[in-house]
Write a protein that binds this ligand. Sequence first.
Ligand code: OGA
Ligand code: NI
Length: 354
Amino acid sequence: MAAGWNKLDGAKALVDSGIDRQFLCQAPRSEALSSRSGAPRRRNPGDRCLPAAGFQAYFIRSQQGGRNRRAAGCEREMGLLPVINHGIGSDLTRRMLAVAHEFFQLPLAEKMVSYSTDIDAAVRYGTSFNPLKEVFLDWQDNLLHRFLPERQDQPHPWPTKPSSYELIAGEFVDQAKFLARHLLRALSEGLGLGPDYLEGEFGEHNVALRLNYYPPCPSPELAIGLSSHSDVGGLTILLQDSDIVGLQVKVQEKWKTVRSVPGALVINIGDQLQIYSNGKLKSVEHRAIVNADKARVSVGLFYDPASDVRVSPIPKFVDTEHPAAYNPCVFRDYLKNLYSKNLVGKELLESQRK
Ligand code: OGA
Ligand code: NI
């Protein structure tokens, strides 16, 4: 093992400390070994980006298995939706990615100031997903930054480095939140509920930004960047580093690589929306792989129900033919379960099944 490195120091620190192949071979994820066949192909049928206009309509129809061929195809093949012309300017997406890179270039000690195991901490830096529980760590470091609900008695604890983070991340979060609300309204209408119904269910929603950093990996076929999961909350809006692939989605038991188009966002459905809709909407199993050449960042905006909201299937979707498929669960307890285990894929959602 690299001298002086400890597992909480994370993936970048391991690379910086002069890793050798031998160490890596001790830490493969069996999943990575069994379901990957070398480097991602440049093109595959799932690599598509929807056209500029009308993405809301595509989104709803695709989730509902409607007739729009392109969207329905995308949904069938991918289960998540890459979008362009989403209203967040390319200058802002570029600067958001740049400041994320800058953050992870900070000295380890400065990042570790935000290390915490408290799931309620507003800002939490760490490595992998759940390093104290996992046997094999993911090949990534991350910063989780929660924005709402704001505490009125204290100013928001912005990370002070990089100095431009507050301005850029603040603007990105505002715009991505606006987009998420818009999508949630569209989705709500698409489900035949009023436009404000889902937002009403979410209550004083939670918003979090997650910066993911995947350092180059000397043996990418032996590691996994972010292991297979579905996002636990409502909607996720993911910004990926331009032209570096990493995100993969599981489609009919096979992993497909999602193309990374500059400025495009990937929208994806989380577990709570699957529960609310009693399975009409499906959360998407995905993961990130790594490469040998280039560090990659991604930035996720998670738009979730409030922590104290009790989530259960909406009565409109429950009848004798479609009994409630999930037990009600307070969202905070769902999150606690997430952090108390080393979960794979959609196991957490499955454990909520009646
Ligand atoms: C996530 C996620 C994928 C990526 O942060 O939940 O799935 O490509 N990220 O980094
Ligand atoms: Ni995810």
